[in-house]
Design a protein around this ligand. Structure first.
Ligand code: ADE
Length: 230
């Protein structure tokens, strides 16, 4: 999978050099490039923002640097199936595991990190005429910019790319796969600070373990996230 990130804080994404995603990059499973939006400005101050038409607080990111940055990363690509531009925004579609799975199947993802009051809407409109564009929200709260949201999305999507997570079974047995939260996990020792591991997990009866785990998933989902049960 090819991933391009455009940001005014390219150094922020050094976090992608480490851990599982860093290893996936070294193995060539993820080809990640980070671009500085200011490299696509042409004035002495490398200006990326301006005051909003219609008034209001804050600044809006100018369309010209974004247009040039997207021209650069998209080249002559114009296939909505092969390329998705992701615009992180608190006004976007909620990011879910299902959406992460959908994005994991797209060969080329372009993440645009907005700051201030967002990016001039014509950038979304123009990019939509060439490739798929999705405005996506990490949750119902406001961050200072798209960088943290993009990092979370890349981690959630990247680990679904085949080969990135060593044991693919660990991907199917986790929260939000199958619509329920994950069951609680335990490891050795069997007794720790007066707390014992549930005996069913040590009995070796795989049927009993599976039904205990399913019940735990239901109980936890009912208690913490009843909205998931519909
Ligand atoms: N940018 C600012 N807040 C955001 C959010 N909640 N999700 C995605 N991008 C954002």
């Amino acid at each position: 999978m090819r991933i391009d990130i455009v940001s005014i804080f390219p150094e922020f994404f050094s976090v992608l050099d480490i851990s599982l995603l860093g290893k996936a990059r070294q193995q060539g499973l993820l080809d990640v490039a980070v671009h500085d939006l200011r490299d696509f400005t042409h004035d002495r101050h490398r200006t990326v923002d301006d005051t909003p038409y219609g008034g209001g607080a804050g600044m809006v990111m100018k369309p010209e640097p974004w247009g040039e940055a997207l021209d650069h990363v998209l080249g002559d690509e114009a296939d909505p199936e092969a390329t998705t531009v992701i615009v992180p925004s608190p006004a976007g579609t909620p990011f879910t595991q299902a959406l992460a799975r959908e994005l994991a199947a797209v060969p080329h993802l372009v993440f645009t990190c907005g700051r201030y009051e967002g990016i001039d809407q014509r950038v979304v409109e123009h990019a939509s005429s060439r490739v798929t564009v999705r405005e996506i929200s990490l949750g119902d709260y406001v961050l200072n910019g798209g960088e943290v949201a993009v990092t979370a999305m890349i981690e959630a999507v990247g680990r679904l790319v085949p080969g990135v997570v060593g044991n693919p079974e660990s991907l199917t047995e986790e929260s939000h796969e199958g619509g329920l939260l994950e069951y609680p996990s335990y490891t050795k020792p069997a007794s720790w600070r007066g707390l014992d591991v549930p005996p069913v997990l040590m009995g070796g009866n795989h049927g009993a373990i599976a039904s205990w785990r399913h019940e735990q998933q239901l109980e936890r989902t009912r208690r913490v996230r009843p909205d998931l049960l519909g």
